[in-house]
Structure formats: structure tokens, C-alpha cells
Design a protein around this ligand. Structure first.
Ligand SMILES: *Cc1c(COP(=O)(O)O)cnc(C)c1O
Length: 312
């Protein structure tokens, strides 16, 4: 059997992304800023932005370049925040792209004053954010009306309120990790992973199936029956779970562009091997890969051919 093109298929359900966003809007009752950095976690920023435009209050990327190249503001007229450190471009460039820069010191805030800068406050992350003792100067320099922090734990929210609360600023902190904490919702939430985690299915097809005779592969793995899939570490794959004909199986060994998977007696060349979706969750795979759910999602999507379903 020859390898098919496209070898790796990602089916991205835009309807599920939209209903995940709508559920967060309904549950929190605050503006939801959809995080679409890194090409919407590999799902395709242009398509995701179009799907979410009628549901969310705005978008967030890491850089100005990401926001501008996806044309987010032009396509939706919604506010966009570039959450990462500002680049060395004048306020006019941010304004032209309809993007508000995150700033983390008084100099940046003053330089980008005309672009409506948003102060990023350090509440523990210790990375491009303003220390609490410098927030007053930075807020004044930028004429800021809004501040945020990258919160992953409740104490980050408490520290944000201690540093900049009670000043009439619009504040936001929560990403996916704090969506179940009403005290973290403040004046807006910034979910990323929560939008995408149940919306992506990744599948390849079995190129070969055989009964295993003695030690096989590079590592001499043992199995009763194994198959080969056209997906390797150059496609982001690691040893971990897969699913064949609804049965949970193990990816036994990963090479550059192929991998060995464990099979049952009924599995045949051309059958689908699912790496994500159909009940095989990002959580399960992240545990098997010993990494974050975000990393699993981006790795599995990095060379997949994307197909979209669920458009309204
Ligand atoms: C990536 C990011 C988010 C979204 O994080 P998730 O955990 O994927 O929801 C929110 N805020 C900031 C500042 C980020 O960098």
C-alpha cells in the first residue's frame, strides 16, 4: 500500500470552537477575549476568528505581526490585544492594525500611549510584566484604562487586585486554568485551550500491518501484531496513545517520518489510526507524552492537513 496524500488529517470543528466560546460567555457573563496566538493553537487563526466573530468580545494574540497577518481587526472590527512584549514600532503601526499593545514599563507605555496600551502586571510569572511598585508610573505614562496579568493560580488574581484594583481600570486575568473560579473572572477572561481542546481530531491511515516476529523496529520492541503509520517525530508525534477501530492502542516506537503502532487481529492497511479525538482526549495524550495539553495539540497539528467542519 502506498502512502496517501494528505497523510495526516486534522478535522477542526469550528462549531465546537464556537459553542465552547458561547458556553464561556454564558457561564461567566463577562467579555470573552479569544486567544488566537500561534495560529489559533495550530487550528488556523483566520478560520477561527471568522467563526468566533459573532460570539466573543475580542481577540488576543502574542504579537502585532500575528494579529496583522491574520487581519483580525479588519475582518471583525473587534478589539485585539497583543499580549507579548511590544515590538519596536510606533503607535501608529498598532493603530493601523487595530491592535492594542501590552506594555510593561513606563517607557513603553509612554511610547505607545496613542495606541491605547494595556499594562501587563507581574503577579508571579516574572516575565515581561510590570512589578507592582512600578504600576502607578507606567499607568500614568500610558494613560492606561486597562490592565491584566497572566494568571495560572488564584493568588495571581489576588495580587493583580492588590496592585491595580480600585483605580477604575478594566482588569482581566483568567485563562483556561481559572475559568472555574468566579473570583478570577473580573472584567473579562482570555481562554485559549478551552476553545480548542474538544474541537480537533487527528488521524492517519495504516500503511502496513503484520504479525510481529521477534524483536522489531530500531529498539527491538515486542508485540503480537503491529502496523506502520506515515507520521513520525518530524510530524510532532511521540510514543503514547492512539486508537484503532475504537480500541485504545499504544504507539510503540516513533521514527523520523513513520511510527510503529500496536494492532489487533482485525486491523487492516488503510484503516484509520486516531491520535486525538473520538474519545482520546488531549488530557490522556498529554499524560502519556508527559507534557502540556497545549504542546500536544500544537505538535499534532504542525504538519497535518486541516479540514474544517461545523461552519454556520
Ligand atoms: C496563552 C495565554 C492565554 C491563554 O491560555 P490558555 O491556558 O491556553 O487558556 C491567556 N493569557 C495570556 C497572557 C497568554 O499568554
Amino acid at each position: 500500500m502506498t502512502f496517501r496524500t494528505p497523510a495526516i488529517t486534522a478535522t477542526i470543528d469550528l462549531g465546537r470552537i464556537r459553542s465552547a466560546a458561547a458556553a464561556i460567555v454564558a457561564r461567566t457573563g463577562v467579555p470573552v477575549f479569544a486567544v488566537v496566538k500561534a495560529d489559533a493553537y495550530g487550528c488556523g487563526a483566520g478560520r477561527v476568528v471568522a467563526a468566533l466573530a459573532g460570539t466573543v468580545a475580542g481577540f488576543a494574540t502574542f504579537t502585532l505581526a500575528e494579529a496583522a497577518s491574520a487581519g483580525i481587526h479588519a475582518a471583525t472590527a473587534l478589539p485585539v490585544l497583543a499580549m507579548g512584549p511590544p515590538v519596536d514600532l510606533p503607535a501608529a503601526d498598532y493603530r493601523m492594525a487595530g491592535v492594542r499593545p501590552a506594555v510593561h514599563d513606563a517607557t513603553q507605555a509612554a511610547t505607545l500611549c496613542a495606541a491605547g496600551p494595556v499594562l501587563c502586571v507581574d503577579t508571579g510569572m516574572q516575565r515581561f510584566a510590570c512589578p507592582a511598585d512600578q504600576v502607578t508610573a507606567a499607568l500614568a505614562a500610558g494613560g492606561c484604562s486597562e490592565a491584566f496579568t497572566h494568571a495560572t493560580r488564584p493568588e495571581h488574581v489576588t495580587r493583580l487586585l492588590a496592585a491595580v484594583g480600585g483605580r477604575g481600570l478594566r482588569l482581566h486575568a483568567a485563562a483556561t486554568a481559572l475559568l472555574d473560579r468566579p473570583d478570577a473572572w473580573l472584567d473579562g477572561v482570555r481562554p485559549g485551550l478551552a476553545l480548542y481542546r474538544d474541537a480537533v481530531r487527528i488521524a492517519v491511515r495504516l500503511a502496513e500491518c503484520r504479525d510481529t516476529r521477534g524483536p522489531a523496529g530500531y529498539t527491538g520492541f515486542a508485540a503480537t501484531r503491529h502496523g506502520v503509520i506515515p507520521m513520525g517525530y518530524s510530524n510532532g508525534l511521540r510514543t503514547g496513545w492512539c486508537q484503532v477501530a475504537g480500541t485504545r492502542r499504544w504507539v510503540l516506537e516513533v521514527g523520523m517520518q513513520t511510527a510503529f503502532v500496536e494492532l489487533g487481529v482485525g486491523d487492516r492497511p488503510g484503516d484509520e489510526v486516531v491520535l486525538l479525538g473520538d474519545g482520546l482526549s488531549l488530557e490522556d495524550q498529554a499524560q502519556a507524552w508527559e507534557t502540556s495539553r497545549q504542546e500536544v495539540l500544537l505538535r499534532l497539528l504542525q504538519t497535518a492537513t486541516r479540514e474544517y467542519v461545523g461552519e454556520s
